[in-house]
Structure formats: structure tokens, C-alpha cells
Design a protein around this ligand. Structure first.
Ligand code: 26V
Length: 789
């Protein structure tokens, strides 16, 4: 976008005056932020409108996701418009600090972690690639909770991003629809967010639905009793889009969650079909030529019976014809193999919430049951395993696979595990449905925005084509022996570390040595991600340093950031354990600056943008086979951190791209775990035989550490020692510690370390979400670039 300073100034002043009755020189940072946002909105309005017009003529992909973890929009939008530097400069001239303005914005935190952030990166790539793709979700009033620490334990407080309204959403009352549940109906009111592509005029849309009561329509005609009922009804309806479920590991099967899912799915499909009819009339057989719908995990899978309902009940299409349309329209992404996260709905509850949808689901189930009986007449077990409704549970993943033409995993290893294990029966039945789409991240947010220093330097070396084509980074390899380049990327890392140090000093009052190794694990807290393994190593290291004060050791800072699901006791216990150990180590004068442990409070997108660029070590230490992909691993890599990881998820591909010699790979592989399980794993073996391990594990219960009486340490101890250590923490401890020591030795050789950094950056090209999205576009959605002029 052309930047015209006078025009911006005029617009901004006009906004400030109209909205706040304030002049530019007296405006508060909040007022400037709002006015700036509105000015951006006014400048993109025309392109946004035109993008919509163009897309309506062509095939579009709709990304249905219960989560979009967008983070802040202002900085990203300015960057994608290509006017960030100009705006910063322009504000500076007016005596306004851009950073202060940026900090007025709350994160749009409508997601838990990986799955929601992936959806956000996909939006950025779709727009940048001029692809006709739109997101649909819920406009949760409260996003993921804010996390605070009290006595080292997590406490949750509601997140309130809409408290002062959102400049980036436009309400579209003309597109409101009604969603019918069993006993009541609610209004779904859409809000659109523009998704501004980088270096293009295309502006895509993320449409978020807000729930409202029908009685809002005619309040005021009631007697007192009806009035009370009416307000009750209003609360019930509005509850639907009240809060994001903060659990991303166990399926609770709650009624409100099912209502949320049906609410946004039904509203989105009604919207999609309404727009289709405007252009194509009643030629429903053409739906698959113009519409492709991606189901992001099982959460929106109720879309399959819902589209059947719309076609059969509302539009009068024959069931058989409708089913063909459905199958060609939907595709499904699996993001986890953890059994406890695979959604199943209890028949009774499903029937109560969406009675008609239950009948249709049953119809689909019966149809498939007959197919199975014909396919496998001699294998009743297999028939039973694959049924959509089993006993009184509805299996959403099975419904998804049956009703889709494509099913994908999110990393090569993950997809192979799906095909061989979890979804083996399905792969045998539909081998052509399965494919892999390795995840990716957008380099616009995760390098250009979050690490402008490294971004500019890369551009200086190889030009700026990498911003739209990340494979360009490969050109950096020509500098692998260039001392000047190596020392510069090292210096930039130090600079980013200093910025993080400053941030943590301001927000948490902690002092960190910027010359220490920053060893970072940031991600949701879950047993399979093994933050426990990490902190055990730290505690062991602490013992070593105490016994051996002259040990040759580069100072290291272990940094953690993680939210635990509020009901996940063990995860919360691990947070306390990290803080407990942090307090002991950081308070030990003998240790001083050599070893430090920091738990970053309320880890979120905006903090992630400060952490990834500052990391030396990227901890990706999940039990092999458990982490479907990981995407943080890619953000670290792109910013020159070295992976310390297991061969799990996308780590496998990261090591392949950068060369295993440029990462620190340790621990059991998937096949080792299978073998050990078969043989029988006894955690007492490593416990008794690995030096120091017993000391660490025993600390949980011998009084050296304290859970303040909650009993959670004993529980963790028992999970490890009596209940089989399912995630092989003890088994992998020794190898992990070995790699930690290796890192500490290798870090001293600045040149060879910087080479590793450069190798990682140069080979991060594969992990752009642009690459991922192009694969979806070409191999699943069949959508084409549609650039507006
Ligand atoms: C699961 C559930 C289970 C039911 C209750 C509510 C709820 C909400 C969210 C989720 C999502 C869990 C799946 C997930 O986030 N998977 C992550 O997806 C990332 C993107 O593909 C991937 O990189 C991570 O490895 C994977 O754990």
C-alpha cells in the first residue's frame, strides 16, 4: 500500500476527533490505537469488498475451526500492508512511541495452542497467496484464560479482549441467521475480521459468530413473569459464545460445548449455502465445484449431518444425491492420536441438544453399517470397531472419515502412525483418502514481525523474496564459512536475548544474564510434552553444580511458559514443581548467575513473539509418537534456535532438513517404545541404575521439595514409580542429560554454534504455512489463485 503521510495524518486526526473529541497531541495511547486501527480499516475497505466480490465467482475453501489463536492484529496488518516502518516513523515525528500504542491491543486469544495458532497462520498464508479461503468460528467473549502464579501454582482469571470493543471486527447484521436446537433457537450474528495478505491487495475474511437470544428481537412486550423468562433465555443463548473451552487434552463431552459446535457449524453452513444459491441458484450438484470445507479436527464434524439436513430437509435434495455432495465437499484434519482427546458424544446428550441432527447421524450410521456388513461379512469385530455409533457413543472421527473425501495428518510421522495404527482399518478401506500435510508457520509474523533485526539482515544478504517464498532462505548456506555473517547472527541473537531480559525484568522483576544459554520450553503443559523431564534434568544439574562448584559450565537459563487446563491436576502440579525448583535455585547464592529457572507467566502469542527470537535451545522433548507435529519447533528453527528433541512430530522433518548433526536428537524412537512396551517397561530400572536419577525422583517425596500440602508431588511420584511412567520420563532421562551436557560444551565454540544456527535458518523454508496451504489448495481443495487488481 502506498503510504501518504498527509493523508494518514488527516484521517487519524479526523478519527480522533469524531470518536473521542480529542486532538492528536492530547490523545491517550488507547485513543491513538483505536483511531489507528479504524484508519487501517478505512484504507482497506475497498479492497476487502472487491476481494469478496471476486471470490464469490470462484471455488472457495472454508476453514471451519473451533479455534483461531490470532494474537494482535495492528503490527501484523501494518507489516502486511508494507507501511509499518512509515507509520512508526510518522508517529515518532508526532512524539508518539509506537510500542506503547501496540501494547494497547489485547491478544485475540480464541484458541488453546497449536491447533488454533495453526488456523491463524493458515489465514495469513491464504490471503498472501491470493487464495479464496475463509475462516469460520465463534466470537468467544472470553478467550483462553489469563494465567497468574500464586505460591507457584497457576490461577486462572477470565480473559476479556472485548472489554473495550474490537476495532478489527465489523458486525454484519444483514447476514444474521437462526440456529435451531431441540427446544430453542438462537440468533447467530456474524462479525468479520479482515485478513490482510502480505504485499497484495487481497483481503480475506475470518467470520466469527456471536450468539444472541431470539427474544432480543421483541423484548418489551412481556409481563413480569415473561420478562424473567425472557432474560433467562437471553442468558442461555448468550452462554453459547461466552467462553472458549480451555481444555485441549481431554474430551469432557459437555452439553455447552456441543451447543457451541452446532451453533457455529450450522450458522456457517447456512451462510455458505445462502451465498452459493445467490450465484448458482438450486444447482446443488455444483456445490463441490464451488465449495470445499475443511474440518479442523473433530470439533466441527457435526457439519456433515448439518449439510445433509440443509440439503435434504430444507432444499428437498434426495438423500443419496446429498450424500455424494457431502463426501466431495468435506475433508478432515486429524491433530492428535491421544485417545482421550478424540471426541465422542453420548447419544442421549446429542439427541437432546440436536434431535434432528441425531436422526440424520443415525441415518448415516445405518447406511455405513450396511456397507460394512457387505464389505466384511466375515469380520464382525471389524464391523463393530468401525461403526459410527457404538453402544451409546457417537464417534466423531469415524463420522468425519466416512463423510470426507480427504483425511490428513499434520506431519509425516503422524500420518504414518495414523495409517498404521489409530486409523488402520480406515486406511485399508479408503487408502486414497489419506494424505499428509506437514504443518507450517507464517514467516510474516514469526520472523518479519517478531525479529525485525534478523529479518533485515537476511534481506541484506539474499534479498527479500523469502517473505513470500521461504525456500529462498536456502541461499543463506553460501555464508556458512563467512565469519562476519556468523558473528552478526550471533550478535542479533544476543540483542533479542537482551530485549527478552528487559521484558522479563519489567513484567516479572527477574534478572537474567543475557550471555547465558537460553534453553526454552514453551507450549501447553501436558504429561506427554514432558516438561517434567526438563525440570528433572535441571534439578539434577543443580545437584551437580553444588557438589562440583568448579565444574566447567556455561551459565544457562531455563525458560518455561505453559498454561495447564484448569482441571488438569497433574499439569498444575508440574507448574508448581517448576516454580518450586526455580525458587530454590534462584535463591541459592552459591549458584548465582550460573543457573537460573524462569517460568514466564501467562504465555501467549504476544509473549511468544518475544521468546522465539531470543532462544538458543528449542526444547521439543515429547514422548515419541505423541506430538502430532508441533509448530513452536518451527518458529524456533526459523529464529536460529537449535532443537533439542526426540524424533517426534515435525522434529523428524526439521532434523532431516537441517541435518541431524545440527540438532540435538535424543531418546527413544517410536519403534523403541513399541519394543520396550512389548518387553515390559519397568521404570525402577532407570530409577535404580541411572546416576542421580533416584535423588531427583525422591526429592518429590522426601521433603526437599514442597507442594504446600496439596499432595500432588506424591501423585506425580506414584505416576512414575507405581503406575508405569507412561511417558517414559525416567527411561529417556539419561540420554536427555547427555545431550544437555553436549550442548553446554558445544556452545562455547561460537563459530560452530553460529553455523548450526545458520543451517537451521537456511533450511526452515519447508516450514512455511505458505507451502502447507499450497498443498491443501492443490491436493485437497482444488482452489486457484484469484488476485484482485
Ligand atoms: C482438543 C480438545 C479435546 C476435547 C476438548 C476440547 C479440545 C480442544 C482442543 C483440542 C485440540 C487438541 C489437538 C491439538 O491441539 N493438537 C495439536 O495440533 C497442532 C497443530 O496441528 C500440532 O502441531 C500439535 O502437535 C498437536 O498437539
Amino acid at each position: 500500500m502506498e503510504f501518504n503521510k498527509e493523508k494518514w495524518k488527516e484521517k487519524l486526526e479526523e478519527r480522533l476527533l469524531e470518536k473521542f473529541s480529542v486532538s492528536l497531541k492530547d490523545a491517550s495511547p488507547f485513543e491513538v490505537y483505536k483511531a489507528l486501527g479504524e484508519t487501517v480499516m478505512s484504507f482497506i475497505a475497498k479492497d476487502w469488498y472487491e476481494t469478496k466480490q471476486e471470490y464469490s465467482k470462484t471455488k472457495q475453501a472454508f476453514y471451519l475451526s473451533s479455534e483461531f489463536l490470532m494474537g494482535r492484529a495492528l503490527g501484523n496488518n501494518l507489516i502486511n500492508l508494507g507501511i509499518d516502518k512509515e507509520i512508526q516513523e510518522f508517529l515518532k515525528e508526532l512524539g508518539i512511541d509506537y510500542n506503547q500504542i501496540e501494547d494497547e491491543e489485547e491478544d485475540a486469544a480464541l484458541g488453546n495452542g497449536g491447533l488454533g495458532r495453526l488456523a491463524a497462520c493458515f489465514m495469513d498464508s491464504l490471503a498472501t497467496l491470493n487464495l479464496p479461503g475463509q475462516g469460520y468460528s465463534i466470537r468467544y467473549r472470553n478467550g483462553i484464560f489469563n494465567q497468574y502464579l500464586r505460591d507457584g501454582y497457576q490461577v486462572e482469571k477470565p480473559e476479556t479482549w472485548l472489554k473495550y470493543e474490537d476495532v478489527w471486527s465489523v458486525m454484519r447484521p444483514e447476514d444474521e441467521v437462526v440456529v435451531n436446537f431441540g427446544y430453542t433457537s438462537v440468533r447467530a450474528l456474524p462479525y468479520d475480521m479482515p485478513i490482510i495478505g502480505y504485499g497484495t491487495k487481497n483481503v480475506n475474511t475470518l467470520r466469527l459468530w456471536e450468539a444472541h437470544s431470539i427474544v432480543d428481537l421483541d423484548l418489551g412486550v412481556f409481563n413480569q413473569q415473561d420478562y424473567l423468562h425472557a432474560t433467562q433465555d437471553k442468558t442461555l443463548a448468550e452462554d453459547i459464545s461466552r467462553v472458549l473451552y480451555p481444555n485441549d487434552s481431554t474430551d469432557e463431552g459437555k452439553k455447552l460445548r456441543l451447543r457451541q459446535q452446532y451453533f457455529f457449524v450450522s450458522a456457517s453452513l447456512q451462510d455458505i449455502i445462502k451465498k452459493f444459491k445467490k450465484v448458482h441458484g438450486r444447482e446443488f450438484s455444483k456445490i463441490p465445484e464451488f465449495i470445499s470445507i475443511q474440518l479442523n479436527d473433530t470439533h466441527p464434524v457435526i457439519a456433515i449431518p448439518e449439510l445433509m439436513r440443509i440439503l435434504v430437509d430444507v432444499e428437498g435434495v434426495l438423500w443419496e444425491d446429498a450424500w455424494e455432495i457431502v463426501k466431495k465437499t468435506f475433508s478432515y484434519t486429524n491433530h492428535t492420536i491421544l485417545a482421550e482427546a478424540l471426541e465422542k458424544w453420548w447419544v442421549g446428550l446429542y439427541q437432546e441438544v440436536v434431535p434432528r441432527i441425531f436422526q440424520i447421524t443415525e441415518g448415516i450410521h445405518n447406511q455405513f453399517k450396511n456397507e460394512l456388513a457387505n464389505l466384511y461379512p466375515n469380520d464382525v469385530n471389524k464391523q463393530n470397531r468401525m461403526q459410527i455409533i457404538q453402544g451409546n457413543m457417537i464417534h466423531m472421527a469415524w463420522l468425519a472419515i466416512y463423510g470426507s473425501h480427504k483425511v490428513n495428518g499434520v506431519a509425516e510421522l503422524h500420518t504414518e502412525i495414523l495409517k498404521e495404527h489409530e486409523l488402520r482399518d480406515w486406511y485399508e478401506l479408503y487408502p486414497d483418502k489419506f494424505l499428509n500435510k506437514t504443518n507450517g508457520i507464517t514467516q510474516r509474523r514469526w520472523l518479519l514481525k517478531s525479529n525485525p533485526q534478523l529479518a533485515s539482515y537476511i534481506t541484506e544478504l539474499i534479498g527479500d523474496a523469502w517473505i513470500k517464498d521461504l525456500s529462498e532462505l536456502k541461499k543463506l548456506e553460501q555464508f556458512i564459512d563467512d565469519k562476519k555473517v556468523l558473528s552478526k547472527i550471533w550478535d542479533i541473537k544476543i540483542e533479542k536475548k537482551k530485549e527478552l531480559v528487559e521484558y522479563l525484568r519489567e513484567t516479572q522483576g527477574i534478572d537474567i544474564n543475557p550471555n547465558s544459554i537460553f534453553d526454552v520450553q514453551v507450549k501447553r503443559l501436558h504429561e506427554y510434552k514432558r516438561q517434567l523431564l526438563n525440570i528433572f534434568q535441571v534439578y539434577d544439574l543443580y545437584q551437580q553444580l553444588k557438589q562440583n562448584p568448579n565444574m566447567d559450565f556455561v551459565p544457562t537459563t531455563y525458560i518455561y511458559g505453559a498454561k495447564a487446563a484448569p482441571g488438569y491436576k497433574v499439569a498444575k502440579g508440574i507448574i508448581r514443581l517448576i516454580n518450586d525448583i526455580a525458587q530454590i535455585i534462584n535463591g541459592d547464592d552459591e549458584i548465582k548467575d550460573r543457573l537460573k529457572v524462569v517460568f514466564v507467566e501467562n504465555y501467549r502469542v504476544t509473549v511468544a513473539e518475544k521468546i522465539f527470537p531470543a532462544a538458543d535451545i528449542s526444547e521439543q522433548i515429547s514422548t515419541a509418537g505423541k506430538e502430532a507435529s508441533g509448530t513452536g519447533n518451527m518458529k524456533f528453527m526459523l529464529n536460529g534456535a537449535i532443537t533439542l528433541g526426540t524424533l517426534d512430530g515435525a522434529n523428524v522433518e526439521i532434523a532431516k532438513e537441517a541435518g541431524e548433526e545440527n540438532e540435538y536428537i535424543f531418546g527413544m524412537r517410536v519403534k523403541d517404545i513399541e519394543e520396550l512396551r512389548k518387553k515390559g517397561y519397568d521404570p525402577r530400572f532407570p530409577y535404580n541404575n541411572v546416576t542421580g536419577l533416584k535423588q531427583v525422583v525422591d526429592a518429590l517425596i522426601d521433603g526437599r521439595l514442597s507442594d504446600l500440602g496439596s499432595g500432588i508431588y506424591r501423585e506425580i511420584h506414584s505416576l512414575l514409580m507405581e503406575r508405569g511412567d507412561q511417558y517414559f520420563v525416567l527411561e529417556d532421562f539419561e540420554d536427555y542429560r547427555r545431550k544437555q551436557r553436549e550442548i553446554n560444551r558445544d556452545y562455547k565454540d561460537k563459530i560452530s554454534w553460529a553455523k548450526k544456527m545458520l543451517k537451521n535458518i537456511a533450511n526452515a523454508g519447508k516450514f512455511s504455512s505458505d507451502r502447507t496451504i499450497l498443498e491443501y489448495a492443490n491436493e485437497i481443495w482444488n482452489i486457484k489463485e484469484t488476485k484482485i487488481k
